[in-house]
Write a protein that binds this ligand. Sequence first.
Ligand code: IPE
Ligand code: IPE
Ligand code: MG
Length: 228
Amino acid sequence: MSHKNILKNLAIIMDGNGRWAKERGLIRTKGHEKGADVIRDITQYCAEHKTIETVTLYAFSTENWKRPKYEVDFLMRLLDSWLKKELPTYHKFGAKFETVGDISGFSKKLQETIASIKQQTAHHTNVTQILALNYGARDEIVRAVNKLISQDIKVTEESLGDALDSPYTDIDLLVRTSGEQRLSNFLLWQLSYSEFYFTQTLWPDFNALELDDIISQFYDVDRRFGGI
Ligand code: IPE
Ligand code: IPE
Ligand code: MG
């Protein structure tokens, strides 16, 4: 079957964990636990998909620090234990782990876990899973511009694109779960020509089957990039 479009770079705003828990009379953190498990299914799908090279998942925004301390602390601990637990999954699916965002804001222990999982999965080639951690698109762009200024490099679309958090390219398809139709400071630069898909499904209920259905709709979109 031939498709009009090729999907190389996918991005997902994993939203709705808190509402999923609330609907069940559970505390919000239960939604985060259930949501973390969904990532495995999605990573497997992306690793087995022939053309997907990267999947970028919004996990913690620069604005999420505004949440109650217990929830932020829980998310940090969850990330640490989840990464350690998922290492065999990365190996099984041939997935490389990367991050975007300013992880210097995280604890030293968590930064070490992140570095260790990156290092141990660096050789995998089926897919690169990029977690957006302490990520804000404005923060990313400001850091990139300052990097160029400090190196006395002229700002062009190419130099700025290269100075953004790596490894990075244009996103083909953005999916947001939970019915909200906003970007919440995600990937402003990289989403310039993306297709957008919003689903009502809350992230803990999302799965590879629904993703596959969304992707089949993406294939037939007429992407013109300003041409005719
Ligand atoms: C997304 O789910 C996960 C993170 C932002 C960490 P939420 O926690 O935002 O869930 P809702 O939007 O409150 O339902
Ligand atoms: C965006 O979701 C950030 C992540 C999914 C990590 P939020 O739930 O934080 O976004 P808003 O507050 O609804 O815009
Ligand atoms: Mg939310």
